[in-house]
Design a protein around this ligand. Sequence first.
Ligand code: PLP
Length: 392
Amino acid sequence: MTIKNNKCSSFTSQCVNELAPSGIRKFFDLVATVEGVISLGVGEPDYVTPWHIREAAIYALERGYTMYTSNAGMPELREELARYLLEHNRISYDPTNEILITVGVSEALDLAMRAVLNPGDQVIMADPCYVSYAPCVCLAGGQPVKVPTRAEDNFELRAEDIMPHVSSKTKAILLGYPANPTGAVMSREKLAQIAELASRNNLIVISDEIYARLVYGVEEVCFAALPEMRERTIFLGGFSKAYAMTGWRLGYAAGNREIIAAMTKIHQYTMLCAPIAAQKAGIEALKFGEPDIQEMVGDYNRRRLFMVKGFNNIGLSCFEPKGAFYTFPCIKKTGMSSEDFSEKLLKEEKVLVVPGTAFGDHGEGYVRCCYATSLPEIEEALARIKRFVDRH
Ligand code: PLP
């Protein structure tokens, strides 16, 4: 161990040293230094958690619910989830052995990777994709393999593009649809082709369906519910987006009992359990939160249409996203890179967007704009972006 200038690089692991810092952070840090910014940056609902859900947690605390729960999560929450998944996704999971309550989908992703990967195993994922996917694979000793997706294909991940990347090292495919950052939703037909490929090559599929309830006029297909996919799929879901519960840190994984047992083993040593008040809130959300989802989805849909139309009018062609709460307009005609565009737009017009490259090399030429913000703010942001594009 060498200590130079009070720094010791060997104090931190090589794996962590090699991880690139998140490309989003830099922009969020910049925002803190500028006043009057309209943020289309952060991927979180602008709603506060519905009152009845907050009240359920407050009431639980008043009654003294302040302790650990069972590692897998409160039985009542797991039973409620099993009922919910049967109703919404037409898939049946045993609440005792096949559902694990986690600290957000973030923890569930990490557990899934650590539970299934051996050193050097490869995990196939779309490019661009959610910022945590590749780091989670690396931290579990695996290798991410990025497969480009394109606007011409509605940013769907195509089985024929995956195929050339499958080798003896491939262990899993990581799907994240409806997608962050593109807002793409996979069709049943395209998912069935991936299912067939997974069966043929005996691959696990980890399906992050955190945005499942935020779809606009299209069907959201649960991957695990496709024929013969249940046993090879780790289904990840959460409360953050649909119920506006990002700060509660609650999510879940469902899958075959062997994989869920492996994930639970890691979870019990590292996390112990998800917070009890959040679990109480989750029960309320699943039982009585349906009208809240409908209301928020109606609002997001209006903002989505407004933003897509706005970008196309400005001359920045914008693929119509059918899910989540992001648009992914193409900024190639400005001649700027995604990073330059985002940095200059922030400095000159005080609008925060995220460069597509924060989500992978194939995000170049695009920026991510979150429409979980009020219509007047979106309107003003679009006016500023128009001014910026006209000027450049
Ligand atoms: N998966 C995707 C695709 C996301 O966009 C996010 C958050 O932005 C997460 C997972 C993390 O969700 P959670 O808040 O449940 O940890």
